[in-house]
Design a protein around this ligand. Sequence first.
Ligand code: SF4
Ligand code: SF4
Length: 345
Amino acid sequence: MAQDLGFVLAGVCEAAPIRADRAEAFKQWLATGQHGEMGYMAQHTPLRIDARLLLEGAKSIVMVADQYASRNDPPDVQTSGIGRVGRYARADDYHDVMKKRLHAMCDALAAQHPDIASKAFVDTAPVLEREDAVLAGLGWVGKHTLLIHPRKGSYLFLGGIITTLDITPPKRQKHFEDHCGTCTRCIDACPTEAITPYKVDATKCISYLTIEHRSLIDPEYHKAIGDWVYGCDICQEVCPHNSPRSGKFGVTKANAAYSPRETLDASQGNGLDLLAMLDWTESDRREITRRSAMKRAKLDMLRRNAIICAANARTPEIEARLHEIANDETEPTLVRKTAMQALQA
Ligand code: SF4
Ligand code: SF4
């Protein structure tokens, strides 16, 4: 059923608590404040550790994955004055793309088994999806903390269904051991040194800083942010499991539903014009990010990010505009202060 609905991977695991060492690592990550301003991560910890608390009588979890980019895609074209958007946010919002099909699976299960209850989730419930994906044989968690499948790579969205139906995993379901081995490419390439093996300090991660962090970004990270105006794919780009050279595994194809949106120009690296972004209004933000995962970012945050990237690509035109913003008392504090910091860097 999952295959017919276009999911690239699917597997089943028992609805049970996640591995004790993984639960401990998660608690440690929270206790050391590495989740930053993502306060929601610290909520519902018991549910994140034991998904059975989500649905009374839960017996099984079906985990699925959509592929949103492929190792065979051409590398990004980097153009001065263009801010790059993380691959996951270049297309229509994956929550919408996946949820409809997961609900279709729930409906089909209910049609076959009228007495069961099922609940779909795509980032929408306090579930540690990666942990269940490992148990369901979808891959392993790499040193950069993302799920990797040896043939499909890591550009994967995860979703699932928790159900009271007791489903036996198919006999051919695999279990993948950690294939990171002695590789440290993601750790070495991360521009902010956010990765220690199997742990990412979100407060240093460009993805977190540009997507989740709502206040000023520490100027210490401005240069490292480079041209990443929303998200960062560096640790995934350098991973050998996403490399086109791992051709012995054949060609991987992204789901067509995740083709980059028309508001991102492929000839400019699927990015956004930074000078234009500095002057975005709320209606520009709404129009350009409509239906995309970027729509959740506030205008001031996006303009803050654009200022940092623009300062890194400094042209006389950008410099002049940054001075205007820094001196304009009508600008929001976040935007104005970021312009001041960026000019001093
Ligand atoms: S997303 Fe970027 S900043 Fe974050 S851990 Fe990966 S390489 Fe580092
Ligand atoms: S880059 Fe290397 S260490 Fe990092 S996740 Fe990929 S295989 Fe593992």
